[in-house]
Design a protein around this ligand. Structure first.
Ligand code: FEO
Length: 168
């Protein structure tokens, strides 16, 4: 594999693991609010970010490229509300989208079409991730406290129906 692309994917693997930590820290904060559905949903985001890292790692291994695991800064642990958590999350995902798009640009530059195919999955995933956070921000702004309670229970029901991780 091209070295520039390999380096960039290694950096992205690190960002995906860093994203997992960002959401785990948010989940920990949310646990103090008593919002079980949101708490569970952020646990799912944590698992998804690790899966994103693993998908890149498997791809690199399949292509015979060397994976390098790096470190990162502490995630933010304190917030003022669930709305702030969601807004920070959306901003974070927009940053991830920029990074994925940059990776796609490099893959095209070096004519690595297998990488282009892989990265298309991440491009599509980012559309979904940004949409999820945008919708939740809109819903939280719309509802008042009673509505927030209903939304929280609904998230938990959705997770159970989809057989996603549910913390009882
Ligand atoms: Fe791995 Fe939330 O993007």
């Amino acid at each position: 594999m091209n070295k520039k692309l390999t380096d960039a994917i290694n950096t992205q693997i690190n960002y995906e693991i860093e994203s997992a930590h960002v959401y785990l820290a948010m989940q920990s904060y949310i646990s103090t609010l008593g919002l079980d559905g949101f708490e569970n949903w952020f646990g799912i985001q944590f698992e998804e970010e690790l899966a994103h890292a693993r998908k890149f790692i498997k791809y690199m291994n399949d292509r015979g490229a060397r994976v390098e695991i790096r470190g990162f800064e502490d995630p933010r642990n304190e917030f003022s509300s669930i709305l702030e958590v969601l807004e920070v999350s959306l901003a974070h995902e927009k940053g991830v989208t920029d990074r994925i798009n940059n990776l796609m640009t490099i893959a095209h530059e070096v004519k690595d079409y297998a990488a282009v195919s892989l990265l298309q999955w991440y491009v599509d995933e980012q559309v979904e991730e940004e949409d999820n956070f945008s919708k939740l921000i809109g819903q939280v702004k719309l509802v008042k406290d009673a509505g927030l309670y209903i939304l929280d229970k609904e998230l938990l029901t959705q997770a159970k129906n989809n057989k996603n991780i549910v913390i009882e």
